[in-house]
Write a protein that binds this ligand. Sequence first.
Ligand code: ZN
Ligand code: ZN
Ligand code: ZN
Ligand code: ZN
Ligand code: ZN
Ligand code: ZN
Length: 243
Amino acid sequence: MDDSCAVCADALEWVAYGPCGHREVCSTCVVRLRFVLEDSLCCICKTDCPSVFVTKAMGDYTKVILDFSVLPTEANEGNVGEYWYHEDTKAYFDDADHYKMIRAMCRLSCSVCDKAEDQVGQAAQAKRRSRFKSIDQLKGHLFHQHRLYMCNLCLEGRKVFICEQKLYTRAQLAQHTKTGDSEVDGSEIERSGFAGHPVCEFCKYPLYGDNELYTHMSREHYSCHICQSSILGSMIISGTMMI
Ligand SMILES: [Zn+2]
Ligand SMILES: [Zn+2]
Ligand SMILES: [Zn+2]
Ligand SMILES: [Zn+2]
Ligand SMILES: [Zn+2]
Ligand SMILES: [Zn+2]
């Protein structure tokens, strides 16, 4: 078993899997797909996973649950028996700290309003918790109240808390996508090599990063329809693409 995530290629520290039992994708990627994209299909076999189990990745020793009916049904947010349940992603955790980390990652709040409230004082802090019920609601608030946008590619691809996503004006977002160096993206050090989102040269579709571009290419444009030669292979040889 490979010890890197099949989606983001990071070292596999925590895995999340559904009843099909594919333990190749990290918990952050699974949570991002379920929460941000509302996609509950297994990334490997496309089985619909109504709930997932999150546990420490230990190669062949990773805890295996074959029968999902042993998990408590109709669970509420938080501790249930020996597990912790995250309602928004329908995920069961066997580790409290990892559960808290994921829950914080999915918290929806507006960083502009949060900052303003911080200056007023701590009083408002309690009521701002989970002000928004969905990402679309938060996006709507950002646009109507602040005329700001989140980068959808970063939202789907960056492993950061949703309230830490950078916020752009329309012009800044265009610059961010193209060259990655808008005012909001910060200094060269802060950008750490980010130079905009790569665009698939066949369908002009932008993707988060080189990994995603590679997956997209191999899925969508693996071979030429006419001569069946591998477009990807020739691109790697010609050095257009690094893997
Ligand atoms: Zn991953
Ligand atoms: Zn699967
Ligand atoms: Zn706001
Ligand atoms: Zn972005
Ligand atoms: Zn494409
Ligand atoms: Zn051809």
